[in-house]
Write a protein that binds this ligand. Structure first.
Ligand code: TYD
Length: 210
């Protein structure tokens, strides 16, 4: 039986990376067979692409190149890791997926949601998450959190205008694709955010068992 594909989405600094680890601990305790992975990256080839796309030295990277690199990294990730794990019946927990490209490259960079979706459709061949947890938080708040960090990457260094556009992009996408997206209030405490995330995952697991 095919496994379950769950992705986490949201603006930079929305706390996804912290919560994904805690969700992993929870799944482990429950004895659920799962893998945890992230984008861009997740495999050797995809991590190499991640390095190119996020390297702060690559200031002259064209936006089309950026979108194609994210899609290429994703295609390799799906081919080498995500699809095989799902075919083995595993639960796959992934930090970011296609929705990030639609928000960051499609809207943030202004390439167009449909255009970016087309290159991703080519890359992932119809693979859609069963559940997307969207970590909802105002970009003004997240940017403050991020700039307290030591070494923001190339995308994180973009100005607040870019991150505002990405946020608006996500808001548009929530309306376009409401089916599998669950909104998590990421302004709450870690405990509350975790509880809400686990609640959504449990609901999906129950549905699968029925
Ligand atoms: P990541 O290191 O996962 O950042 P975070 O911890 O905030 O999730 O992602 C790196 C950056 O890449 C982040 O700024 C979002 C951006 N990104 C895109 O622009 N497009 C994409 O398709 C993906 C997956 C990430």
């Amino acid at each position: 039986m095919r496994g379950l594909f769950i992705t986490l989405e949201g603006p930079d600094g929305s706390g996804k990376s912290t919560i994904i680890k805690l969700i992993g601990n929870y799944l482990e305790k429950k004895g659920i067979d799962f893998i945890m992975t992230r984008e861009p990256g997740g495999t050797l080839i995809a991590e190499e692409i991640r390095h190119i796309v996020l390297d702060e030295k690559n200031t002259n990277m064209g936006k089309e190149t950026e979108a194609l690199l994210y899609a290429a990294s994703r295609a390799q990730h799906v081919h080498e890791k995500i699809r095989p794990a799902l075919e083995e019946g595993k639960l796959v927990l992934c930090d970011r997926f296609v929705l990030s490209s639609l928000a960051y490259q499609g809207v943030g960079r202004g390439l167009g949601i449909d255009e970016v979706k087309a290159i991703n459709d080519f890359g992932v061949k119809g693979l859609n998450p069963d559940l997307i947890l969207f970590f909802h938080i105002d970009p003004e708040l997240t940017l403050k959190r991020k700039f307290l960090e030591d070494s923001p990457d190339r995308l994180e260094q973009e100005g607040s205008e870019f991150h505002k556009k990405v946020y608006e992009g996500y808001m548009e996408l929530l309306k376009l694709y409401p089916e599998n997206i669950k909104i998590i209030d990421a302004t709450k405490t870690i405990e509350e955010v975790l509880e809400q995330s686990i609640g959504e995952i449990e609901e999906l697991l129950t549905k699968k068992r029925e």
